[in-house]
Design a protein around this ligand. Structure first.
Ligand code: C2E
Ligand code: MG
Ligand code: MG
Length: 745
């Protein structure tokens, strides 16, 4: 059964596995998310790098073009000036050009004659007819040259801008302006991704035209060397290429001069430098977040499991016994297999008057008793299961083939309890057990209430402590429910009425008293006899209210009789032993009788013999109190309970009512001698004896012969309504003069 419970409350292995799988999945999904995020970031950075180097390339191209075109325009302006004011004094021109060299960042500026002589502002006077780019310049083209080494012997590399000067349409000499390649190239590289990228100017064949001096940047030089002449890696726009195990991102931006390009490139690792940083910080953040989530999850799962366990214990574990309780059985019951049910009995058991036990021995011993019951069951019937419901109420299941086996097992349990009581292991108590075979029951409630119905049949019985359920018990139980629920309304509607059954002196047939007997006269006229509802109301405690109602009615009717000129003889009112347990009961009765202006000696109270064995009642005290107020006390149903010879001597009863079951047996010799002894005993004790339930003349004759003179029974009269009883009295009192009263009052 345990596994069903675990399933029910989610404490099973499965629950833990599911939690584990959920956490694992969470992590897998998180890693996947990180991977996808990484890819997305990397893609974005790719795009970003491409955009970035494209922008840089464009800017660099514009910058270089502007720089070169500015210088070219300057040379053109100078050429136009010289064309308007022609002079062939080359020394003078070179001297004048010095000013421009300083102001416009030329490395050198000068004149190249058509026969190849160079006159520069810096003082160079040399024939350069055969050296590049002067050999080209002599041809008279406006030209921007590629990089070439300076002719002054320094390591400086230069680019030259040449501009022919024409007079009358004929080229007369050429202006030549040189600028440092490195200066332009350095400016380009400044802008390239925090200095990690390179920008150079190349021609369409990949040859470097403008680039920084070789010694400055080794990587840079490598790229220049690699790219030189590799026409296939010089497309327009964007490309990537590999060189010495490195991947490069490159952008080729057309320059608009000589068909050149500005090539901007960057190594992949540098391009992703910031991307990697971002990725690392995002990953670190994620890992931190996951750790936090994991810790939170573990905490949550731990707290949840703790909470579940606590909840489980609160709901399913009995706080006193630390064992599984009724709730546990309630959850598991539907899962018990049909074939198992066929060989199982369900039982309900409790302690008779557990309240009184607690009151008498203290709640600590009450708790001990609960523990004892649980232990004794587990040790005596280990094959069974017991669960506490509330207070002293236990339920459980017991494997057994049939009712007989169930009863046998329960008898074994009761024997063990009895032995323990005798050995003083536990204070005396009485268990009541109701057993119901489980076959055919689907719902716990149904079998529980049937087992309770069985248990109720043995409640307060001094003979049986265990009953097996049968169909009649259910009917009885339903009936009891109806009785219980209908009580209040019946009381309110005045449906409870009092009938009187006169008691007679059997020698002369004179009424010497009467017994007040309650009847439930329903609205439809049906009369319910007290035998049906009194036991029920005794169990529920409603009897107390009913007894009060009966006494009220009797008082009223006695008063009416007195006022009607009738002298009612003593009336005996039945008082339940439940009622006798109420503290201050006699005082209450006295007040009631006196408030009606009646003489208490008009009343007797009948107490059943079994009340003598009720632990909660100190009978002697009550009898004394009744006597003190002037009322009589009769022992009812004498002979039905456990032998009460002692009680006759110990308690000051005024009258003994010999139970009808004895009277019925007149004719049986053995029983006759019991009756005769009882009559003799009562005579010796000086307590009058009333024979209950006399039905025949023969019985009367015998009883009178044996010395019992007082009787009550159908032979004389059935219990009759008050009006009828009144008439009987009236008739008698108006025909006879004498009147006696039972008990000698
Ligand atoms: P009980 O006090 O022993 O009352 C006598 C019962 O025997 C009455 O039954 C009466 O009708 C019946 N009886 C008397 N003579 C004969 C006879 O010759 N033959 C037969 N067959 N029966 C006879 P009833 O009225 O049904 O009452 C049953 C029991 O209910 C009473 O037994 C008494 O214990 C209880 N009871 C009745 N009224 C009250 C009440 O107001 N309060 C309490 N607490 N119990 C009551
Ligand atoms: Mg009675
Ligand atoms: Mg009786």
């Amino acid at each position: 059964m345990e596994k069903f419970l675990k399933k029910e409350i989610g404490l099973g292995k499965k629950g833990k596995t599911v939690s584990g799988i959920a956490i694992f999945l969470f992590f897998i999904l998180s890693i996947l998310a990180l991977f996808l995020m990484g890819r997305k970031i990397s893609g974005q950075i790719h795009a970003d790098v491409e955009n970035n180097i494209e922008n840089i390339s464009q800017k660099n191209a514009k910058f270089i073009e502007k720089e070169l075109r500015n210088r070219q325009t300057l040379l053109k302006s100078i050429a136009e000036f010289l064309e308007e004011s022609p002079t062939f004094d080359y020394e003078l021109i070179a001297e004048k050009l010095k000013l421009y060299a300083d102001n416009y960042d030329f490395f050198d500026i000068g004149v190249l004659t058509l026969d190849g002589k160079l006159y520069t502002a810096s003082g160079i006077r040399r024939n350069v007819k055969d050296s590049y780019p002067y050999d080209e310049a002599i041809k008279g083209e406006e030209m921007i040259s590629e990089s070439f080494p300076a002719i002054n012997g320094s390591k400086t590399r230069l680019n030259a801008i040449t501009m022919p000067v024409r007079i009358d349409g004929e080229i007369v000499f050429i202006l030549v302006g040189n600028y440092r390649t490195g200066e332009l190239a350095d400016n380009l590289n400044i802008h390239t991704r925090q200095g990690n990228g390179y920008s150079i100017v190349i021609d369409a064949d990949g040859y470097a035209m403008i680039y920084p001096s070789y010694g400055k940047n080794k990587d840079h030089r490598k790229i220049v060397e690699y790219i030189n002449g590799k026409i296939e890696v010089v497309p327009e726009g964007h490309t990537t290429f590999s060189y010495e195990d490195q991947t490069y991102y490159a952008q080729f931006e057309p320059l608009g001069i000589n068909g050149w390009y500005v090539m901007t490139c960057i190594e992949e690792k540098d391009a992703f430098l910031s991307a990697n940083e971002i990725l690392w910080s995002v990953s670190a953040g994620m890992v931190f977040l996951w750790s936090m989530i994991l810790v939170a999850l573990v905490l949550l799962v731990t707290i949840y499991h703790k909470y579940q366990t606590k909840l489980h214990n609160t709901v399913f574990i009995d706080p006193l016994l630390h064992e599984r309780n009724y709730e546990y059985l309630r959850v598991c019951f539907p899962h018990i297999l049909k074939e198992d049910r066929e060989r199982m009995a369900f039982f309900a058991l409790d302690v008779d008057k557990f309240k009184a036990y607690n009151f008498t021995y203290g709640t600590r011993n009450g708790d001990k008793l609960i523990r004892y019951i649980d232990d004794v069951f587990r040790s005596t019937l280990p094959e069974g299961r017991i669960y506490r419901h509330v207070s002293d109420q236990f339920v459980g299941i017991l494997p057994c083939e049939n009712q007989e086996e169930a009863k046998e097992k329960m008898t074994g349990l009761l024997d063990k309890v009895q032995a323990d009581i005798e050995d003083r292991v536990v204070f005396p108590f009485v268990l009541s057990i109701g057993v119901c075979m489980m076959d055919g029951y689907e719902e716990l409630q149904a079998i529980y209430s049937d087992a309770m119905a069985a248990k109720n049949t043995v409640k307060s019985s001094h003979i049986h402590q265990c009953a097996i359920y049968n169909g009649e018990m259910r009917e009885k139980s339903v009936k009891n429910m109806e009785l219980e629920s209908g009580f209040k309304e019946a009381l309110h509607n005045g449906e409870f009425q009092v009938y009187y059954q006169p008691k007679y002196d059997m020698r002369d047939g004179v009424i010497i008293g009467a017994e007040a007997l309650v009847r439930w006269v329903k609205k439809d006229g049906t009369i319910v006899s007290p035998g049906e509802f009194i036991p029920c109301y005794e169990r529920t405690g409603q009897i107390v209210r009913l007894d009060e109602e009966v006494l009220d009615i009797v008082c009223r009717q006695m008063k009416q009789m007195e006022e009607g000129g009738i002298r009612p003889p003593r009336v005996s009112v039945n008082f339940s032993r439940v009622h006798l347990m109420k503290p201050g009961i006699t005082k209450k009765i006295k007040e009631k009788i006196e408030s009606m202006g009646l003489n208490p000696s008009l009343f007797a109270f009948e107490i059943t013999e079994s009340a003598l064995y009720d632990d909660g009642i100190s009978l002697n005290e009550i009898v004394t109190e009744f006597h003190a107020m002037g009322c009589q006390v009769d022992m009812d149903d004498y002979g039905t309970g456990i032998s009460s010879l002692n009680s006759l001597a110990n308690t000051e009863f005024d009258v003994i009512k010999l139970d009808k079951s004895f009277i019925d047996k007149i004719g049986d010799k053995k029983m006759e001698s019991v009756i005769r002894s009882t009559i003799t005993l009562s005579g010796r004790l000086g307590i009058p004896l009333v024979a209950e339930g006399v039905e025949t003349e023969e019985q009367i004759k015998c009883l009178v012969k044996w010395g019992c003179h007082l009787g009550q029974g159908f032979y004389y009269s059935r219990p009759v309504p008050a009006e009828e009883y009144k008439e009987m009295l009236w008739r008698e009192q108006n025909t006879k003069t004498s009147r006696r009263s039972c008990g000698g009052a």
